[in-house]
Design a protein around this ligand. Structure first.
Ligand code: NAP
Length: 455
């Protein structure tokens, strides 16, 4: 894939970038390796100050950064501004809490003194996706840099200007030269990077094939990885739920980022007793969404990020229809305009055991399933290869406890949509990946947990 900025709202190629050649990659690896030797000796208070300065830059220039995101991957501008603000939040969060998360932990044993010390691993490679082009990077970079690691970013090929802007922010914030660098390279170079002895570990957010490929390359080298992959999150609505609130939230949860979010609600599993009403209310909400120019403040749904994503999504919709699905609204790309626009779409009646019901729909398409009771709801919720998040709606305490315990996912949100929060761990099980980002668990992924015994 070419490294380029192509406006998804118009299809216009705006800028292309020459990928780094091998000797340029080698120089950046050298610089990263050298930077680590010094950077690991910096104090928490220095790192905190730099990270807080990064947060200040993000806040001060959020309108500019948001425009770059919208231009490159098409998310509505208001969502892009909120994303920059969340990046500032995660920087300030780790600036404040990392020192306590990484403080020595005394453990009573028969030694005179025994404790655990957390130390940085070195150069960490981050392979990142385009869908939250700032947030995904900062949620890696903030804890990694606070822990004393050095970062290398291989961002998605369609968001090069975001990748360069992030490198610039971290540099301007005061972090030493080489502490965080962007590599403009294609995916084919990632395995070589994993084989380089200066790179100690990697994190990847993206698709299953990309995750499997990175993990295989890392496995050859016995290097640690964290994988944040796809999801087909269920959104379960049981009869006792507040239906109005559930439907409003369902719409937001499916349409977030024009439907291109790993934790978007994708499968709506609704109790038969309330299914007709839910379906009608959801249809009304979807019909009211404004699809259009993502730069306009009142746009709810922008274009999909690339023509390939549009085509893949449309192919999945047609397969769903061929498998017995019924389209209530949408179902075809918007052909009356340039760009990668797909309308809000609802599909019902897909056989739950069909192959297509197992897939992730990465766009504004809601799949509606009806179930007789909570047993069937939980069974269907778990019937995918994924296990990222789940949202479930009930006011019954027993049902709530069963949903929390029996749903196989990295997160269960009751009467709320699934969302990431710096204070809580984020990640999946099954084919959604492994490891955690954010919170104390996230900062502990890329450290040497050193056992110390002193007599
Ligand atoms: P993708 O194609 O896997 O791309 C993600 C990143 O991986 C890009 O930087 C890409 O580089 C790189 N990449 C692609 N193939 C690779 C390979 N074989 N080896 C190493 N790197 C490779 O993902 P996408 O389709 O753009 O993103 C959507 C997917 O990401 C969805 O499944 C979504 O659910 C998932 N996602 C998960 C989370 C989470 O936190 N769990 C968050 C966001 C998105 P190029 O751009 O150069 O190909």
């Amino acid at each position: 894939m070419a490294i380029a900025t192509i406006n998804p709202a118009t299809g216009e190629m705006l800028k292309t970038f020459e990928p780094l050649n091998d000797s340029e990659i080698a120089s950046k690896l050298d610089l990263a390796g050298q930077a680590f030797v010094q950077y690991r000796r910096t104090s928490f208070s220095e790192r905190s100050q730099w990270l807080q300065q990064a947060a200040t830059i993000l806040q001060q220039e959020k309108a500019d950064f948001a425009k770059i995101m919208t231009l490159e991957m098409g998310k509505p501008l208001k969502a892009a501004i909120a994303e920059v603000e969340k990046c500032a939040l995660v920087c300030n969060y780790y600036a404040e809490y990392a020192p306590s998360f990484l403080a020595d932990v005394d453990v009573k044993t028969d030694a005179s003194h025994s404790f655990v010390r957390y130390q940085p691993l070195g150069v960490i490679l981050a392979v990142m996706p385009w869908n939250f082009p700032f947030w995904q990077v900062f949620r890696f970079a903030a804890p990694a840099l606070m822990a004393g690691n050095v970062g290398l970013l291989k961002h998605a090929s369609n968001v090069p200007q975001c990748a360069l802007a992030i490198e610039d922010i971290i540099h301007r914030a005061g972090f030493p030269q080489g502490a965080f660098q962007t590599l403009l390279i294609g995916a084919a170079k990632v395995a070589d990077l994993m084989a380089d002895e200066r790179v100690k570990a990697a994190t990847l957010t993206g698709s299953e094939p990309a995750g499997a490929s990175l993990a295989a390359a890392a496995g050859q080298q016995i290097k640690k990885t964290v994988l944040e992959l796809g999801g087909s999150d269920p959104f379960i609505v049981l009869p006792s739920a507040d239906l109005e609130v559930a439907v409003v939230t369902a719409t937001t949860a499916r349409m977030l980022n024009s439907g291109q979010s790993c934790i978007a609600a994708k499968r709506f599993i609704v109790a038969e007793a309330i299914a007709d009403k839910f379906e009608k209310l959801l249809l009304n909400k979807f019909l009211a969404l404004k699809v259009g120019d993502p730069m306009q403040p009142d746009t709810d749904l922008g274009p999909l990020a690339t023509p390939d994503i549009l085509q893949d999504l449309n192919q999945q919709v047609q397969t769903a229809v061929n498998s017995g699905g019924k389209v209530l609204t949408g179902g075809h790309p918007l052909s009356d305009r340039p760009g990668n626009f797909y309308p809000p779409t609802i599909i019902t009646d897909i056989p739950p055991n069909s192959a297509i019901a197992q897939e992730e729909f990465f766009g504004p398409v809601a799949l509606l399933f009806r179930v007789p009771d909570i047993d069937a709801a939980i069974k269907l919720a778990n019937a995918t290869p994924f296990g990222l998040g789940a949202s479930a709606w009930t006011t019954n305490d027993q049902e709530r406890d069963r949903l929390i315990t029996e749903i196989d996912a990295g997160a269960v949100f009751i009467n709320s949509m699934v969302k990431s929060d710096p204070r809580l761990p984020f990640g999946g099980i099954k084919r959604s990946g492994y490891g955690r980002e954010l919170s104390i668990q996230g900062i502990h992924e890329f450290v040497n947990v050193k056992t110390v015994w002193v007599n």
